[in-house]
Design a protein around this ligand. Sequence first.
Ligand code: IMP
Ligand code: MG
Length: 186
Amino acid sequence: MNNYEKDIEVLFSEKEIQDAINRLGGEITGFYKDKNPLVLGVLKGSFMFVADLIRVLNFELEMEFIGLSSYGECTESSGEVTITVKSPDVLEGIPVYQNRHVLVVEDIVDSGNTISFLKEKIMEHSPASVKVCTLTSKPARREVDIPIDYLGFKVPNKFIVGYGMDYNGKYRNLHYIGYLKNPPSP
Ligand code: IMP
Ligand code: MG
């Protein structure tokens, strides 16, 4: 373990993450294999997960990204969601969803505000369906009751980092998922 990893307690290893992705791949394939879905990765946190996830989906699909942010410089969600990255084929900040089966891919659902905001935006564009796949979920912090269709892991009420997820921009490059042992108070 490198020095910069000393503050992190490991929750899920690289192997456990890959096993979860293989399981999710099976579940997702069951519903989407003939639907040519639009897979929508939420930046930045989902970039690593979505890259591994689509490689276990062996059917026709398309991929888009959207950047959303509800966090400042700390570990508490501000609750207000802003669009930080727009894709090129977008309409009012959102890709063209009409009559498409949209699979939103997230790194973590915490309060639920981000996913609920995004789902509402997509619904305005008459999609065929919208479902949510998230690698992790922190149910203890939920403010909005939002259904999760495909879930990797439930996580404890800690600040989670690694495998795409950051604290103050750091730790995205870890191969595993863990939590900060001593998070600074917000
Ligand atoms: P929500 O809107 O509160 O559900 O937060 C969603 C977004 O905040 C996620 O997509 C993450 O990018 C970020 N986030 C929430 N909790 C954590 C965490 O424990 N670690 C890293 N990022 C988090
Ligand atoms: Mg995210």
